[in-house]
Design a protein around this ligand. Structure first.
Ligand SMILES: [Zn+2]
Ligand SMILES: [Zn+2]
Length: 256
């Protein structure tokens, strides 16, 4: 069993020039990848990429919460019925880039959580500088959710523990490898291997030593190697366990 990228945006315009090449390269290096939507058009574009070893997630990012309406909800509901759509997201709260007012973000978040409960699908959560409110809302839903991933984790060890206590998975992206990401690295240390996931969030946040470049899904190997070193565990063990976790949370059967 190899690595997987549990969260990338391969449909991003930044891959328009060479998407097919990147796709071949990443599927050569990885077992499978998950392409994540952040609004309706990008979710539809994610569906267009579904295929062998490519899964999709559909949802509305908090950036666009002000555009979330009944039509959005119905659109997500119908896209979620597509084969190989394995979760809803990304959804959540972003108080760093407050492009939509906080109460509007919370409402769009709750609508999507309600839908995930109704459809019995796991969720992919985007939380930036909104720990307290994000935790409060998710606490209400934790018992009913089919599964939950705190994607591109950006908080410290205190909230890592709180989200772990809710039974969630914690996913780290390339920013955990950045030299100044001390709090984030402290958070990674408290996450047990059984709840750890790795992702790229490509095309964003390329890990060291690729930092500053366009991130590609197979760069997830750098993040995994960094985490193994940080946590003092065998790289092969971390690789096997994070992939097993990804199969578990996204409910993707192990075929090989
Ligand atoms: Zn995100
Ligand atoms: Zn993302």
């Amino acid at each position: 069993m190899g690595l997987v990228d549990t969260h990338c945006h391969l449909q991003s315009q930044r891959f328009d020039v060479d998407r097919a090449t990147v796709q071949v390269a990443c599927l050569k290096a990885l077992d499978w990848i998950v392409v994540i939507g952040d609004d309706i058009p990008s979710s539809e574009a994610a569906l267009d990429l579904l295929g062998p070893r490519i899964y999709g997630v559909v949802g509305m990012h908090p950036y666009y919460a002000k555009d979330f309406d009944d039509a959005t909800l119905e659109c997500l509901r119908s896209m979620a019925a597509t084969e190989k759509v394995v979760a809803l997201g990304e959804m959540g709260l972003d108080y760093f880039n407050e492009y939509s007012p906080r109460d509007v973000q919370a409402l769009a978040f709750r609508h999507q959580l309600d839908l995930a409960c109704e459809l019995n699908l796991p969720v992919v959560i985007h939380n930036r500088e909104a720990d307290e409110d994000c935790h409060a809302i998710l606490s209400e839903y934790a018992d009913r959710l089919a599964g939950c991933i705190m994607h591109c984790f950006g908080s410290g060890p205190e909230y890592a523990r709180k989200f772990l206590d809710l039974g969630f998975y914690i996913s780290f992206a390339g920013n955990v490898t950045f030299k100044k990401a001390i709090q984030l690295q402290e958070a990674a240390k408290v996450v047990p291997l059984e709840r750890l996931l790795v992702e790229t969030d490509a095309p964003y946040l390329a890990p060291v030593p690729m930092r500053g470049k366009r991130c590609e899904p197979h760069y997830v190997a750098h993040t995994a190697a960094f985490l193994a070193e940080l946590k003092g565990v065998d790289p092969a063990a971390l690789e096997a366990q994070t992939t097993a976790n990804a199969h578990q949370v996204y409910r993707i059967p192990k075929t090989a």
